[in-house]
Design a protein around this ligand. Structure first.
Ligand code: GRG
Length: 290
């Protein structure tokens, strides 16, 4: 049994429908809406929003989960924007994402830039137009903007781009990935913890848990790039190696990368054990790496 998967299955359709309907109601320019929905509806795994919701549910079992769809959705909007921009010819130049043509291939690069910009901006409408107290909303905006912005995901993306083809050290790759991939995952857990009124001590352990989760997610993604298939992943595989990307597999080799992944997952589990969350829905999210 995997409580995280059961939780996700319970709410996934409702969550996806909610995101779609909200955008249909709120975005009035037809081509802007079309571009946003094209990538959002393409069926991502929704790991980040469900990490936020699972953190909240693990802390407050009686919470009405649907009340937090807008908060969780804002994280997915940011993530989807980052994928659209990452796929552009001027960035990673990918033709397929989430099992379909990338946004710029379906439309045009100019339209893809605007679809990404709209998703990014709209995330902050959702973070502020909801029933939560103003103080919480301000903190949520801070967390998400810090993690997605110049000192978070964008910094990681910049380090990645300027170092493609050059070999970074293990420490440098970890720093890159903590920002590029880890920052948004950490934000998701932090936002769930904030909404779930976690104590300062629980917050510290959840922060460490989320950093480990983020790193594990990237190592797993690096491994899938060499062991997965295009139909499984919905995007081209083997590209990282070909283009000289700084990945764990390139740096360490497959077996040591797998060993490192297992050690990080174990460390993440211990953080939850320390605050008695080792039997929670959140703990079962770690089974993603099995
Ligand atoms: C363009 C500012 C900017 C940032 C881009 C997300 C990102 C940063 C780049 C994408 C390339 C990449 C492999 C990043 C690592 C993070 C990652 C594994 C993204 C894919 O996330 P999943 O697997 O995708 O959750 P789905 O489609 O399931 O949502």
């Amino acid at each position: 049994m995997n409580q995280f998967i059961e939780f996700q299955q319970q709410y996934l359709k409702q969550f996806n429908d909610y995101l779609h309907q909200q955008l249909v109601q709120e975005v009035h320019q037809p081509q802007v809406l079309e571009g946003m929905l094209y990538s959002l509806d393409a069926g991502g795994k929704r790991i980040r929003p469900f990490l936020m919701l699972a953190t909240l549910k693990s802390l407050q079992d009686n919470t009405i989960i649907t009340d937090y769809f807008k908060i969780a959705g804002s994280i997915e909007l940011i993530h989807t924007y980052s994928l659209i921009h990452d796929d552009l010819p001027e960035m990673d130049n990918d033709d397929y994402r989430r099992g379909q043509l990338t946004n710029h291939k379906k439309f045009t690069p100019a339209r893809a830039v605007l679809a990404g910009d709209s998703l990014l901006t709209h995330a902050f409408i959702w973070l502020t137009a909801n029933q939560l107290p103003s103080e919480i909303k301000t903190q949520l905006v801070q967390i998400l903007a810090q993690s997605a912005g110049a000192n978070g995901m964008i910094a990681g993306q910049m380090i990645d781009i300027i170092n493609t083809g050059k070999k970074l050290s293990l420490e440098e790759v970890t720093h890159l990935d903590n920002q590029k991939t880890g920052a948004l995952i950490t934000a998701a857990v932090q936002m769930g913890a904030l909404c779930g009124q976690a104590s300062a001590d629980v917050m510290v352990h959840l922060q460490r848990f989320s950093q480990d989760f983020g790193l594990a997610f990237q190592i797993y993604d690096d491994l899938l790039d060499v062991t997965g298939s295009q139909s499984q992943l919905g995007k081209k595989v083997g590209k990282d190696q070909l283009e000289g990307k700084n990945t764990y597999v390139r740096l360490l080799g497959i077996a040591p990368a797998q060993k490192k992944l297992a050690a990080i997952v174990q460390a993440a589990r211990q953080e939850l054990t320390a605050v008695h969350l080792d039997k929670s829905i959140l703990a079962d999210a770690l089974k993603y790496f099995d």
